[in-house]
Design a protein around this ligand. Structure first.
Ligand SMILES: [Zn+2]
Length: 589
């Protein structure tokens, strides 16, 4: 280390330098387009769409505010005053009068699980379900959404109940019996849908008559609970695994339906690119949607780090693909998660005495180092999950080791994914020195705060979700959602909720007063930048997206309120009025 000045300062300087050059290009090309317009008449340079009369936040330090934007095809044609942009108006131009509303570059989400989100949105999400009425309502809704014959699976009931009861997440409070449903609650609702759902911690499963029949499961099976010779539907994990063998592979049509539900969710929140944790079977789904012009968000696809060698074997470079589907970084894992107390810490969890655990990729010794060095040697960008302080420090040492082995290079953009619990400010300084990006999800903070302190105590929470410390140290802050969450919590894809979380550090109800660890609150513009400009840089597309600038991809959102001026408590209420991707309106309220 220290051989190359590639730290965060040089990163920010690099970004700023780029903007300096770009402003010259911008002014020159705007003049050029204007000339063409004057000479060429209507066929020359009319916009397809003009947004005018608003507050345009460009994310471009050289030209931070404007009133109007002209779009043509998939690109931004011009950005400027309402008068300037009016020159691009033609007979077929659609004009959107903004009436003072706020325009931002389309939101880029640094961390999604698109396939799980689609399955949850179409199927049954039971995280907050802990009684018969709740279960019946959710199952009924899922039946209405899902095609006849489709299996309803997963669900993860009781996660919020577990925390409310005992907080530790795995041990109910004394005297409380966790919700333990049987099939009599759902059989009448599900004559045409086999159901195999589970408790959030996967210790208990529920099958309906359809699923038991399909698997031929009866009282002779071990792990099938029976009363009076009839299966109740309650299964042990082993019995559930046997039942699952009867489940057919999910048909393509159902996977497309799930994907459409997920896309609609993203469009209503103004998300125009996702950095998606992509299992191999999703590429066919994305391609099928693209072929039908249905892909309304751009996919920066992130396979797992152990797949990097396959991409290398095919000779595919970093960022191979198109503006809509691109092979992005590779995701590795160092430790577990907070939700089940498996994040890796130096000091034990207060409530379990455990230190957390390493993930598979860390074994055998040296495996992670090898994976990182090989991926980096191909020019790929590893992006690695590390949550506990011990995990983060371990990862930073590995990143430093990669640089030592493969030598200095200007184009590394490694990320620490989640980066939740720093040992202290020195960790942020080290990240800055290494030029490592903090890929954080601010909504985690206001969800986890329900139980964080009793798990790791008052001292360690000072450096949890330390957004301000990271930002001020010079680490590039990258924001996203982790949508749709884990088996222990639901996370919304709404970037305005993420901004609210980072700025307020309060629950949606405004607790605690003043914010949780208020020293780590950041301002709204820093948060907006972390959802736009910074994420474009994190994916290596800073010359194409993340800002509203002439020649950039036409990915924009219109908001009903100015998130930089609205009072903090109302940030979460800011609504997307219009989402434009690739010059196309994909959502309109
Ligand atoms: Zn995730």
């Amino acid at each position: 280390m220290g051989s190359v000045s590639r730290g965060p300062e040089s990163v920010s300087r690099g970004v700023r330098r780029g903007i300096g050059v770009a402003i010259v290009v911008f002014v020159a090309s705007l003049a050029l387009v204007a000339c063409e317009e004057a000479d060429g008449g209507a066929s020359g340079g009319n916009a397809d769409l003009i947004l005018t009369g608003g507050v345009v936040w460009t994310g471009d330090d050289a030209n931070p505010r404007a009133e109007a934007v002209a779009l043509r095809g998939a690109r931004i044609m011009a950005v400027g005053s309402a008068g300037e942009i009016d020159a691009f108006r033609g007979p077929d131009t659609r004009i959107v009068e903004l009436d003072g509303r706020f325009v931002s570059p389309g939101f880029i989400d640094n961390h999604t699980h698109f396939n799980s989100a689609g399955a949850l949105l179409l199927g049954a999400s039971l995280l907050d379900v802990a009684d018969a009425d709740g279960l019946r309502a959710r199952i009924r809704e899922a039946v209405e959404r899902m095609p006849t014959g489709a299996w309803i699976t997963g669900g993860d009931w009781g996660a919020y109940e577990a925390w409310a009861m005992g907080s530790a997440g795995d041990q109910p409070g004394e005297g409380d019996e966790p919700f333990s449903p049987d099939r009599s609650l759902i059989d009448d609702l599900t004559p045409d849908h086999p159901v195999l759902v589970n408790r959030w911690d996967r210790t208990a499963f529920l099958a309906n008559a359809g699923a038991l029949d399909a698997a031929g499961a009866d009282c002779s099976w071990e792990g099938v609970e029976c009363i009076d010779g009839e299966p109740t539907g309650r299964l042990t994990p082993n019995a559930a695994a046997r039942v699952r063998q009867a489940m057919p592979a999910k048909p393509m049509e159902l996977r497309l339906e799930e994907a459409r539900a997920a896309l609609a969710d993203l469009a209503q929140y103004g998300v125009t690119t996702i950095h998606d944790n992509t299992p191999p079977n999703m590429f066919a789904v994305y391609q099928a949607l693209l072929d039908e012009d249905e892909l309304t968000t751009r996919i920066y696809a992130r396979p797992t780090l152990d797949r990097a060698e396959h991409q290398a074997a095919l000779g595919l470079p970093r960022n191979f693909g198109s503006d809509f589907i691109r092979l992005g970084g590779f995701k590795g894992f160092v430790d577990g998660i907070m939700g089940n107390s498996t994040a890796m810490f130096y000091e034990p969890f207060d409530h379990t005495g455990g230190f957390g655990s390493w993930r598979d990729m860390m074994e055998p010794a040296g495996n992670m180092e090898r994976l990182l060095i090989e991926a980096d040697a191909q020019g790929y960008w590893p992006q690695v999950h590390a949550i506990g302080d011990h995990a983060i420090d371990t990862l930073l040492t590995l990143f430093a080791r990669v640089e030592e082995v493969n030598g200095p290079r200007e184009d590394r953009r490694f990320r620490v994914i989640h980066a939740q619990h720093l040992a202290g400010p020195e960790t942020a300084a080290r990240m800055a020195e290494l030029g490592v990006i903090a890929e954080v999800q601010p909504y985690h903070a206001i969800d986890d705060m329900r139980w964080m302190e009793e798990r790791i105590g008052p001292d360690r929470i000072r450096w949890t979700y330390a957004f301000r410390t990271l930002d001020e140290a010079g680490v590039l802050l990258s924001f996203g959602s982790d949508w749709p969450g884990t088996n222990a919590a639901w996370y919304t894809a709404n970037p305005l909720m993420g901004m609210y979380a980072a700025v307020a550090r309060q629950t949606p109800e405004g607790e605690p007063e003043g914010g949780w660890v208020p020293e780590e609150r950041i301002d709204a513009e820093t948060a907006l930048r972390a959802y736009t400009v910074n994420n474009a840089w994190a994916e290596g597309m800073e010359e194409e997206k993340g800002r509203i600038r002439e020649g950039y991809l036409a990915d924009l959102v219109v908001l009903d309120m100015n998130p930089l001026e609205v009072e903090v408590a109302r940030l979460q209420d800011v609504q997307v009025m219009l989402t434009i991707v690739d010059g196309r309106v994909v959502f309109e309220r």
